[in-house]
Design a protein around this ligand. Structure first.
Ligand code: NAD
Length: 269
């Protein structure tokens, strides 16, 4: 058995994605969504051990709260210490983050990259750290703009700039990644303005990790400027493929991952 835990979690696309992987690989796993709060996390962990689950994904608000339950420090495998994948082995819990590697996999699936203009990552949280460190690992010059750039670990970025210099940070960038919740439905928070997009390099890519709504205000503004707009569904499927491999030992083939991405886009609008 596999699961995603968090709260709220009922609208999670993870069951759809992982159950497709299991069917495609003919593996006997069922993947479910469980609403688990910080108060019930301990009970869930006990149940996961007792039921001998293969593993579970962790989403908001549990990504850091799960750390004390892990058998070892996820360290470098989870930049910023936010875990999205927990494997259960012999009663022990082992954490990892597939956000950064899943993001890179999504770039490869969509045949996207960031050339000499480099990348700009917006935000300083778990997703921003994972994405920035993955891009740097690929040799991409990576700037980060955040409200508290000093809070962003130096080792994950080439340059850290304050939010009010976002226009300068975007200058010539070939890839801009929104790793803040700005524009996400339900939060009400929105970018103050989109002028910074005028500084992005010609033909650049704007990748919003937000996938609800599918087309955020940021992506609409990117398209009106002739930039390529990509939403967070691609990363969601990429990180799921890598979590699935950690849980089951089997990596869904690239064709299955791409078909799953198409199916999610088709079936969930
Ligand atoms: P987090 O809470 O760890 O970090 C959020 C960051 O956004 C923080 O640095 C915060 O300061 C910043 N922020 C919030 N409001 C802001 C504002 N008004 N102006 C400037 N910065 C602001 O969250 P996270 O886990 O890093 O997730 C960030 C976003 O990425 C969320 O929308 C999440 O849904 C999305 N995400 C998507 C995927 C995917 O697979 N597509 C995976 C992980 C996260």
């Amino acid at each position: 058995m596999l699961a995603v835990i968090g709260s709220p979690v009922s609208h999670s696309l993870s069951p759809l994605i992982h159950n497709r992987f299991a069917r495609a690989l003919d593996l006997p796993y069922a993947y479910m969504a469980f609403d688990v709060t910080p108060e019930t996390l301990g009970d869930f962990v006990g149940a996961a051990r007792a039921l001998n689950m293969a593993g579970f994904n962790v989403t908001m608000p549990l990504k850091r709260l799960v750390l004390p339950y892990l058998a070892e420090d996820p360290g470098a495998r989870a930049p910023g210490g936010a875990v999205n994948t927990v494997a259960v082995r012999g009663g022990g819990l082992y954490g990892a983050s597939t956000d950064g590697s899943g993001f890179l996999l999504s770039l490869d699936m969509l045949d996207l990259g960031a050339g000499s203009g480099g990348a700009l990552v917006l935000g300083a949280g778990g997703a921003a750290r994972a994405v920035a460190s993955a891009l740097r690992g690929r040799g991409v010059y990576t700037r980060v703009a955040a409200r508290r750039p000093d809070m962003f670990p130096e080792k994950y970025a080439d340059e850290r700039l304050p939010w009010d210099r976002i226009g300068r940070a975007a200058r010539g960038a070939e890839l801009v990644v929104n790793a803040t919740p700005l524009g996400m439905s339900g939060t009400g928070a929105q970018f103050d303005d989109f002028e910074f997009l005028d500084s992005v390099g010609r033909g650049g890519i704007v990748y919003d990790l937000v996938y609800s709504p599918r087309k955020t205000h940021l992506l609409m503004e990117a398209e009106t400027r002739g930039l390529r707009a990509v939403n967070g569904v691609a990363m969601l499927v990429g990180q799921a493929a890598l979590s699935f491999e950690i849980f089951t030992g089997r990596r869904p083939p690239d064709a299955v991952v791409s078909e799953t991405l198409e199916a999610v886009i088709r079936d969930t609008g």
